[in-house]
Design a protein around this ligand. Structure first.
Ligand code: ATP
Ligand code: PRP
Ligand code: NIO
Length: 481
C-alpha cells in the first residue's frame, strides 16, 4: 500500500514522448516542470498541501523491472531499443515542493521537478494523481474540521472511497487536514494515525433486539458506544443502552451513543435529555450518516446536542468536487545552448496560459505574522533583499499594494537533489500541527465556508515582464505563419 514501485503508473503518452526525446538525443536536455492548480476546491479560500510522503516513496522506487520491459515490448507500441534503454532508467533530477500541511493557493508552483527532460516527463501522471487527491481531501477535511469547531471528528469513509489506496491515503490526508482519527485500521498502522470506531447495525440485527446486542457488546468491551437507531432511536435504542449501562455499572465506560439516521437535531436533544435523566451526563452523542461541513453547520445552528462526528462518503470521495485539477507544465528548457530558456503554453484559452521560467513561491507575512499574500518570483530573486515590496494583481494590475514591514518565506523546499532524497518528513503529528499553525496565520476572511475573500497570488515585476515578453514572442511567431 504505502510502498511499491509505481513507475508503470503513468499515461502511455509520457512513454511516447520519452521515446521521442531518446530518439532525437534530447533525453538529457535540462528541463523544469511545475505543478499548480487553477482554482481552490469546494469554493474554499485556500487548500492544504498533502501527498509528499507518497511522492517521495514513488520517486525512491522509480525503475523499470524486467517484467515491466517485457510487458511494454508486448504492446508493440514502443521501439524495443528504447525499452532496453529504459532498463537503466534512474531519476537524477531535483524536486522542490511545498511541505505537507502548508497552505497553497491557485496558480502558484507547489511542486517543481528539474533535471533531464526524459526523467521529469515520466513523473507527470503520478505526481498529479497523488497531490491532486491528497490535497483535495486534506482541504475538505479542514473545512469539516472548521464546521465542527473543537468537537472530535473521525474519518469513516473507507467503504465508500474510490478503492483501497484512496481510502488509506485519504485517511492520512484527512488527519493532516484536522481530523482526529480514522476507522481504517490499515491507515492507522501504516501512518501512525489514531483509530477509533463503534459498532454496526449487524450486531443488533444478529440478536434481533437492542438490549441483548448492547449487553453482549458490554460484556466483551470496556469502552462502549452503542449504535441506537437499528429499530427506533428513542423507543428501543436509547432505553436499551441505558438499561445495559445501569446493569453493568463500573464494569463498562458508557462512552457514547451513535445516531445514524433521522432528524439528528431533534433526536440528539431528546437523547441528551434521556441520558441526563438517567444520570449519564458524561455519555456523549456521536453523529454519522451523510455528514459534511454544510450539514454539521446546519446541525449546530439547530443547537443539536451532538458531541462528536463520523464523516465518510462526502469527505473521502470529495463529493462536491471530485478533482483538484492540478496540472504539471514545462516552464523552462535548455534550448541547446546549455541555458534554461522560457517554455510557455499559450493556447486558445487565455485562462490556461502558463507562467514561464523556473520560479519560486514566497509567502509574504507582515509584522504581526499574518499572511499578506503569495509572491511568485523568478528563481534566484529574493524578496527579503528588497526594501519595499510592490505586490500587484497579475491581471488587474491597478490592484496593488506596497509593503515595507514584511518577511518572505519560500514555499518550495528541496526534497530531492540530483536524484537523492535530502528532505525527510517529520512525524505525522508535526505535519498536522503545521497545518493548524499555518491556518492560524490566515485572516478569517479567507477561511469563510462560503464566498471567502480572494487571497492574492502575485507575480514579481520581473516574472510578470518575462511572461509578457514570452507572449509577445509567441505572437510574433504566429504572425509570421
Ligand atoms: N436536523 C437536520 N438538519 C439537516 N440535515 C440533517 C438533519 N438531520 C439529519 N440530516 C441529514 O439528512 C440526511 C438524510 O438523513 P438520514 O441519515 O436519516 O437518511 P439516509 O437515508 O440514511 O440518508 P443517506 O441515504 O444520504 O445516507 C443526512 O445527510 C443527514 O446527515
Ligand atoms: O454516511 P457516511 O458519511 O459515509 O458515514 C459512514 C456511514 O457508514 C455506515 O453506514 P453503512 O455502511 O452501515 O450504511 P447505511 O448508509 O445504511 O447507514 C455508517 O453507519 C454511516 O452511516
Ligand atoms: O466505527 C463506526 O461507527 C463506523 C465506521 C465506519 C463506517 N461507519 C461507522
Amino acid at each position: 500500500m504505502s510502498k511499491g514501485n509505481l513507475t508503470m503508473h503513468t499515461d502511455a503518452y509520457e512513454l511516447s514522448m520519452m521515446q521521442t526525446f531518446w530518439g532525437k538525443h534530447l533525453q538529457n536536455r535540462n528541463a523544469v516542470f511545475e505543478m499548480f492548480f487553477r482554482k481552490n476546491p469546494f469554493g474554499s479560500g485556500y487548500a492544504i498541501f498533502a501527498g509528499l510522503q507518497h511522492l517521495i516513496e514513488f520517486v525512491n522506487h522509480l525503475h523499470f523491472s524486467d517484467k515491466d520491459i517485457q510487458y511494454l515490448k508486448s504492446t508493440h507500441l514502443f521501439n524495443p531499443k528504447f525499452l532496453d534503454y529504459l532498463r537503466h532508467f534512474k531519476f537524477h533530477g531535483t524536486i522542490r515542493s511545498a511541505h505537507e500541511g502548508d497552505l497553497v493557493f491557485p496558480n502558484e508552483p507547489i511542486v517543481q521537478v528539474g533535471g533531464p527532460i526524459l526523467e521529469c516527463q515520466l513523473l507527470e501522471t503520478t505526481i498529479l494523481n497523488i497531490v491532486n487527491y491528497q490535497t483535495l481531501i486534506a482541504t475538505k477535511a479542514s473545512r469539516i474540521r472548521a464546521a465542527a469547531g473543537k468537537d472530535p471528528v473521525v474519518e469513516f469513509g473507507s467503504r465508500r472511497a474510490q478503492e483501497v489506496s484512496a481510502a488509506n491515503w485519504g485517511a492520512r490526508a484527512a488527519y493532516i487536514g484536522g481530523f482526529d482519527g480514522t476507522s481504517n485500521v490499515l491507515a492507522g498502522q501504516l501512518f501512525d494515525i489514531p483509530i477509533a470506531g463503534t459498532h454496526a447495525h449487524s450486531l443488533v440485527e444478529l440478536y434481533g433486539n437492542d438490549y441483548d446486542a448492547f449487553k453482549a457488546y458490554a460484556e466483551t468491551h470496556h469502552d462502549c458506544t452503542f449504535l441506537v437507531d437499528t429499530y427506533s432511536t428513542l423507543k428501543s435504542g436509547v432505553p436499551a443502552a441505558i438499561k445495559v449501562a445501569k446493569e453493568m455499572g463500573n464494569k463498562i465506560n458508557f462512552k457514547a451513543v451513535r445516531l445514524d439516521s433521522g432528524d439528528q437535531a431533534y433526536l440528539s436533544k431528546q437523547v441528551r435529555k434521556m441520558l441526563d435523566a438517567a444520570g449519564f451526563t458524561h455519555t456523549k452523542i456521536v453523529s454519522s450518516s451523510g455528514l459534511d461541513e454544510y450539514i454539521i453547520t446546519q446541525l449546530k445552528m439547530q443547537h443539536a446536542k451532538i458531541d462528536a462526528w463520523g464523516v465518510g462518503t462526502k469527505l473521502i470521495t470529495a463529493y462536491d468536487q471530485p478533482s483538484l485539477g492540478g496540472v504539471y507544465k514545462l516552464v523552462a528548457v535548455d534550448d541547446g545552448t546549455g541555458e534554461l530558456k522560457n517554455a510557455m503554453k499559450l493556447t486558445e484559452n487565455p485562462a490556461k496560459a502558463t507562467d514561464p521560467a523556473k520560479k519560486q513561491t514566497w509567502r509574504i507575512t507582515s509584522g504581526d505574522g499574518k499572511s499578506q499574500g503569495d509572491y511568485i518570483t523568478m528563481d534566484g530573486e529574493d524578496p527579503n533583499k528588497e526594501h519595499s515590496l510592490f505586490m500587484f494583481h497579475p491581471k488587474y494590475t491597478y490592484i496593488n499594494k506596497t509593503l515595507t514591514d514584511f518577511k518572505a518565506e519560500p514555499l518550495l523546499k528541496t526534497i530531492f537533489k540530483d536524484g537523492k532524497q535530502v528532505y525527510h518528513e517529520p512525524p505525522i503529528n508535526d505535519i498536522k500541527q503545521h497545518a493548524k499553525t499555518s491556518l492560524s496565520l490566515l485572516w478569517p476572511e479567507y477561511k469563510r465556508q462560503i464566498n471567502p475573500e480572494y487571497y492574492p497570488v502575485d507575480l514579481s515585476k520581473q516574472c510578470w515582464e518575462n511572461k509578457q515578453n514570452n507572449i509577445k514572442q509567441i505572437r510574433e511567431y504566429l504572425k509570421k505563419l
